[in-house]
Ligand binder design. Structure first.
Ligand code: PGA
Length: 255
């Protein structure tokens, strides 16, 4: 069951509490399909992690059912670890290759991931930001949220006008991602290259998904706490077209 959407009293942001992650993923997929039908050359901002995976699977099913051609669409990943071999399964390049490029049939040359192995990381970050601008910006950004409120790898304290850059990951984030590294936090890279919060806010529309009680605190702080750098996702309340898709557990601390 899907509850009617409610409009947050503070902002124009829409919060939708779906019965479960699958229902939320279907809603996100409907948004993406609507965009791609009206603009086959659209640019999607794609997140990695556990949260967006059901969206890519639902999109894949819908695409097969509707014979949707994604060969003219583009995708930009949010982030990548610094210093990781892009061929390793834990690299976000590998995850995006499997879940987005191959599963959805994007042209390989139309899918961009920050280059965390570049010899000149600062130049690679500048080039990534410029590449997003050069194609006219992201039309629809899919986001998850970290337990500490991060979006992309913009950890608490990130400036809300930050651009693509190298950041140091918090211990909390490295521990959360250790599950992808044989449960060994020492194997999780210390740094990442991420789109900035300012980069994310340039997207024309944003859909953030969060599932499970573990995200409830971060969601409540982002939506009902102060808009501040200590709360990266709170910056989304400065944007005019944001939809938050939650399951009941992730919504459980909202007043
Ligand atoms: P998750 O990660 O979807 O794997 O929980 C979200 C995030 O850290 O942004």
């Amino acid at each position: 069951m899907i509850y009617p959407s409610s409009v947050s009293p503070l902002t124009s942001l829409r919060v939708i509490v779906a019965a479960d992650p699958a229902a939320a993923a279907e809603l996100a997929t409907t948004r993406i399909l609507t965009l791609l039908h009206s603009k086959p050359t659209a640019a999607l901002g794609v997140a990695t992690g556990s949260t967006p995976s059901p969206v890519y699977r639902a999109l894949s099913r819908a695409q097969l059912a509707e014979s949707l051609d994604l060969s003219r669409a583009r995708a930009f990943a949010l982030d990548e670890y610094v210093g990781i071999d892009a061929r390793l399964p834990q690299s976000y390049r590998s995850v995006i290759d499997a879940e987005v490029t191959e599963q959805l049939g994007f042209q390989r040359s139309h899918v961009s991931v920050p280059d965390g192995s570049a010899a000149d990381l600062a130049a690679a970050a500048r080039d990534y930001e410029a590449a997003i601008d050069a194609i006219g910006g992201v039309d629809l950004q899919i986001l998850g949220i970290g337990h500490n409120g991060h979006i992309g790898f913009n950890e608490p304290g990130s400036a809300h006008d930050s651009v693509t850059r190298v950041v140091t990951l918090t211990q909390e984030t490295r521990e959360a991602n250790a599950r992808f590294f044989d449960d060994n936090v020492e194997l999780v890279p210390q740094q990442a290259m991420t789109q900035g919060i300012g980069t994310i806010l340039k997207a024309r529309s944003i859909v953030l998904l969060a599932f499970g009680a573990g995200k409830a605190g971060a969601v409540a702080r982002a939506l009902e706490g102060p808009i501040e750098e200590a709360s990266p996702a709170s910056a989304l309340r400065k944007h005019s077209d944001v939809t938050i898709l939650l399951d009941e557990a992730a919504a459980s601390m909202l007043s």
